[in-house]
Structures are given as C-alpha cells and as structure tokens.
Design a protein around this ligand. Structure first.
Ligand code: AMP
Length: 419
C-alpha cells in the first residue's frame, strides 16, 4: 500500500538545523542593531484585511494583480500579508501610537507571502526585516533609516553592495512628471513591451521599473523625475545626499528608481548586490508621507525600509560569509543501563543551570552507538556512566577533541568541563 506523502507549497521551504543557525545569528544581529538605533520591535498578524493591502497599494497596481494569497471567511476578505509597511501603518492607527508622542521607531522581522512564480531569490513565503520611522518629515529621518539598513550589511561583511538613491518628489512634482512620461512614451507605445504598454495610461512611472529588454533603449531617453522636482522636494533630496556624504554612506543616484504607488513621496532607495542574479535587490525603501492618512490615520510623515532575508543569505553565501556554526553539546552522557540513564537525566539540569549544554542517549543504544552519536553531534566531552561508576562516584570524562580521559567525581564534572 502506498503511503500519502505531504510537501510544502511551491515556493515555500522548511528551515532546518544546519541552516537555521545562520538565521538565528542574523536575527540576533538585527535585534542588537535595532536596540542601538533605538527602534522597538512590532509584531503584527500574518493576515490582514484584503482592503488594507488593496487600498494601501492602490487598487490598480501590480502588487494586487500579482496574485496574493487571499481567502474569504463569510463576508470578510483576508490576505496573507505581502509586505510590512501597510500592516505597521494599520497598527499605528488602530493602536493610537501617535498618542505616545514623538516619533515611533518600529522594526519587524517575519514571514511574508506573495503568489509569484518562484525562482532564485523569489519565493512565495519569504522573510523580511524592516523598519519604519513614523512622525518625522526631516531628511535626518531618511538618513537614519538608510544608516540602520546599511549597518546590518556592513556588520555582516556584505560590502560589495550599491545603494541606489532617487527622489519621487511630492504629489505635485509627480503629477507633472507622470504627464511628461506619458507624453514621451505615448508615441512609442507600439515599441513598448506588452506589460509596459498596459501601464502607459494607468501608471507610466512603473514603465521605468521594467526589466524587459525591448523597453531598455526607450527608457534611456525618458524624462527624469529630478527635472520635475518642486523646490522643496529638491532641497529635501539635496539634504539627504549631503547627510549621507557626512555619514560616509556611499550611494549612486538613479533617476529611474521610482515607486509607482501614490503614497510614496520624496526619497526612494534600493540596496542592490551583484551576487543575486536577476533579482538583485537586497532591500529598499523610502518615504511614504501619504500612507498613514490613506489607511485612516491623521496626516503623518514616515519613512522605512524592507529587506529580504533569503537574499541576504544568498549574498553572504556567495561571499563565503558564515554567520554562525552549529555547535555541539558540551557534555554527552553515555549511559549503560536504566539506572545510569536516570542518573544522567537528574544530573543534567544542574549542569545546564551552570550554562553547560548537555544531552544524552534517549534510545537505550549500545555504548558503541552512543560514542558514535556523541562524535557525530560534535560533543566536547562524553561522560561514561555504568553501575560501577555510580557505586564509586567516579566517572570517566572523555575529552572528545584531545582523545584524553580523566576520572572525576560527580560534583567535579562541571568544573573540569569549564576549566
Ligand atoms: P519589496 O517589498 O518588494 O520592496 O521587497 C523588499 C525586499 O524583500 C526585496 O528587496 C527582496 O529582498 C525581498 N523580497 C521581495 N519579494 C520577495 C520574494 N518573493 N522572495 C524573496 N524575497 C523577496
């Protein structure tokens, strides 16, 4: 009779011991960096009302048509969150975080879901860390967000990245620019890729995002947003650049780095890596002064970033960077007989309380099999326990690395291992 087997959904993977140590080390580094930048963690549910995402990103935009995982329960429509900013904005409004005063500096780490076609660096369940600085329109806030993001990569040693920078201006700058783009691309419509042609009337700025080969030469001569910025937007952009220079954070301006969504304003940035192939963005972000109002809050300026963890892992692997090695136990108790096993079980809490990592055989295996297991698990020491050892309170402590053995009393095990 054949057994039914079960697998993960396409584009979703299990994270297993051996790899998970990298993730844990990265998460610790993110938490520690956030602590130093004085950002506080926020955890929102993985499900949101579809309306929040659909309106937050604009009804007609790609992220909605780029299938999301949506489902209905009764009258309610839900979506597995495809990104973190709209949920944080929702939480900010729902929990009246504005009333706590000052700016809110929030960060998150967690899973996100997009029903895209899986490929390298693009999964259906992926993970992001990100931060949102809510309540400041200052260029200092933009630079603080960029500094926080780049600090993570710098500490890991991912140094061959490029920070691309642009400004999408304020709504008035953008309206003028959109019109200019439309006027420029309209006569070229026949030459555009189908996907870009479809965007011509709805969202011509998104044409600049196109990765289609046939669009590239047409994009090259397109008008640039920087020529359409209002004076205030230009000043903001100039200040961001000056502050980045002062912080020694290198960047390249990229006039075609745009965000098609209406709630984005002013600064836009992206961190790219040459080690990622076609999906080359490690992360990105920018200012979104209009979002909080769009999801029902008071007008509130904000800026943030989001970075993909899987892509960070791909980049660090390409550079030969290991964030953490799996570690074996300090002590493996090798036991002969039931009484010895019980003794080990009782002894371990005391050793663990003193900070030692302890394990034992849980399957009643032969001494030889237990020693082999201790080796496989890379235990530093094995303690061998049988009836005689228990009677005499004298145990063999084997240093698995040096292949040396010592005779120790029960109370001396911890001291010997820690010496
Ligand atoms: P976005 O919210 O699209 O700006 O994405 C921010 C970052 O999340 C990207 O730069 C990627 O590093 C990562 N990311 C986005 N979508 C995916 C995905 N489907 N699979 C893996 N990583 C992703």
């Amino acid at each position: 009779m054949s057994k039914t087997t079960f697998t993960t959904h396409h584009g979703m993977t299990d994270l297993l011991p051996g790899d998970i140590e990298q993730w844990q080390a990265l998460e610790s580094l993110i938490h520690e960096t956030a602590r130093r930048y004085h950002f506080q963690e926020i955890r929102t549910p993985v499900m949101e009302q579809t309306e929040l995402i659909a309106r937050g990103v604009g009804q007609l935009t790609d992220i909605v048509s780029k299938e999301m995982f949506t489902f209905d329960r009764g009258e309610d429509h839900y979506v597995l969150r495809p990104e973190g900013t709209a949920p944080v904005a929702r939480a900010y409004v729902q929990n009246h975080l504005a009333q706590r005063g000052g700016t809110q500096r929030l960060y998150y780490i967690g899973p996100f879901f997009r029903a895209e076609r899986p490929q390298k660096g693009r999964q259906r369940q992926f993970h992001q860390f990100g931060a949102e600085l809510i309540g400041s329109s200052s260029a200092i806030a933009d630079v603080e967000i960029i500094a926080f993001m780049t600090a993570i990569y710098r500490q890991i040693g991912i140094k061959n990245t490029t920070l691309k920078l642009n400004s999408v201006g304020d709504p008035a700058s953008r309206d003028a620019y959109r019109k200019a783009l439309h006027d420029y691309f309209r006569p070229l419509a026949d030459k555009l890729s189908e996907i870009s042609r479809n965007r011509l009337d709805t969202n011509p700025m998104r044409i600049l995002d196109s990765k289609e080969d046939q669009d590239q030469p047409l994009k090259a001569d397109a008008p640039r947003i920087t020529d359409y910025l209002s004076e205030k937007s230009r000043e903001h952009f100039d200040t961001v650049k000056q502050l980045l220079d002062r912080l020694d954070i290198p960047y390249e301006t990229d006039p075609f780095l745009v965000r098609g969504l209406d709630y984005y304003t002013e600064t836009a940035f992206e961190l790219v890596s040459p080690d990622l192939g076609s999906q080359d963005a490690l992360g990105g972000g920018g200012r979104y002064d209009l979002l909080i109002e769009e999801v029902g809050g008071p007008p509130t300026p904000a800026v943030g970033f989001a970075c993909g963890i899987e892509r960070l892992m791909i980049a660090s692997e390409a550079l030969g960077i290991t964030l953490a090695h799996p570690t074996g136990p300090d002590i493996y108790f090798v036991t002969r007989g039931e009484e010895a096993a019980r003794w080990a079980l009782e002894k371990m809490p005391e050793l663990r309380n003193s900070g030692l990592v302890c394990t034992m055989d849980y399957a009643g295996r032969s001494l030889k099999a237990q020693m082999k297991d201790a080796n496989r698990q890379q235990a530093r020491f094995a303690v061998i326990i049988g009836e005689q050892e228990l009677q005499e309170n004298m145990f063999t402590l084997r240093d698995m690395v040096k292949s040396e053995e010592y005779q120790v009393k029960s109370d001396d095990i911890a001291g010997r291992v820690q010496s």
